[in-house]
Design a protein around this ligand. Structure first.
Ligand code: PML
Ligand code: MG
Length: 265
């Protein structure tokens, strides 16, 4: 008989401001270790000590899990975040968006306050579509399958990328790029000590950019670009939040690309 799976989620808050959040999909025997790991992570966050930590553990049984392939990973190295943002615009255009829309997406993330979830943007009207704009849309029920975790960490280690930011962001971006109606995503971290971010889409894969904001800045988050001519927003949100999704393959990890090479491509 197949064993039950559990979703374990951590959310840490200080004075009602989001500090950190994480999720794993695991088996029963891993629960204790994960509670410890996620508690330590919440308490040691660069955004400060939380005054509230919520850990929920939910038995999700052995309901239908969708196994998906990851996006392949590439990294563009840039000297500063101005160049990084030029690369982001180019990667959004390579994902099929116009120059004007790509610029609007970037501006939206520049000015967005810390949110638990992501902005969901209609690429035609440039209007926000989240039911609650303070919260945004939080993607859940996504993780790497435990069968490949060890090999994944070895593969990432070889390229100096074995950290939680990368592992969690690639998993999330892979699910998002698979969601009905989503054509691209732009993200950079809201952690003040982490300046990297990415553009992700079926066209460009998971395209990391080493600097997308100045060090010490806590402005960041995610914008999901939604094409309303393809499907309904309800269907998209249902997939992002409810569908239990595991990644069952190791991504291809390409060599680093320079700013110059990427811009001349
Ligand atoms: C986050 O952890 O807040 C988002 C990180 C995005 C970039 C991760 C990477 O280095 O690829
Ligand atoms: Mg964070």
């Amino acid at each position: 008989m197949k064993e039950d799976m559990y979703s374990i989620k951590m959310r840490a808050v200080r004075k009602e401001k989001h500090i950190s959040g994480a999720e794993r999909i695991i088996s029963e025997k891993e629960i204790e270790v994960l509670v410890q790991q996620l508690t330590a992570r919440a308490l040691g966050h660069s955004k400060g000590k939380p005054d509230f930590i919520n850990i929920t553990i939910q038995n999700i049984g052995n309901q239908a899990i969708e196994y998906i392939a990851p996006l392949n990973i590439a990294t563009i190295t840039v000297d500063d975040y101005f160049k990084g943002r030029e690369c982001a615009i180019k990667a959004l255009q390579k994902s099929g968006l116009s120059c004007k829309t790509s610029q609007a997406i970037l501006n939206m993330l520049k000015t967005c306050n810390t949110m638990r979830g992501a902005i969901l943007l209609d690429i035609h009207s440039l209007e926000r579509l989240e039911p609650d704009e303070n919260r945004g849309v939080r993607v859940t029920n996504i993780d790497w399958s435990f069968k490949i975790k060890e090999d994944l960490e070895k593969a990432l280690e070889k390229k100096g990328l074995n950290n939680n930011h990368v592992k969690e962001a690639v998993a999330l971006a892979s699910k998002v790029s698979n969601a009905p109606g989503i054509v691209a995503e732009l993200c950079w971290s809201d952690d003040p000590d982490y300046t990297a971010g990415y553009v992700a889409s079926k066209d460009v894969g998971y395209m990391r950019i080493t600097k997308l904001k100045p060090l010490g800045d806590s402005t960041g988050g995610r914008v999901f670009c939604f094409d309303s001519s393809k499907t309904s927003i309800e269907e998209c949100i249902e997939y992002l939040q409810k569908k239990v999704t595991l990644i069952h393959k190791i991504p291809m990890i390409k060599d680093y690309i320079s700013y110059k090479d990427f811009m001349e491509e």
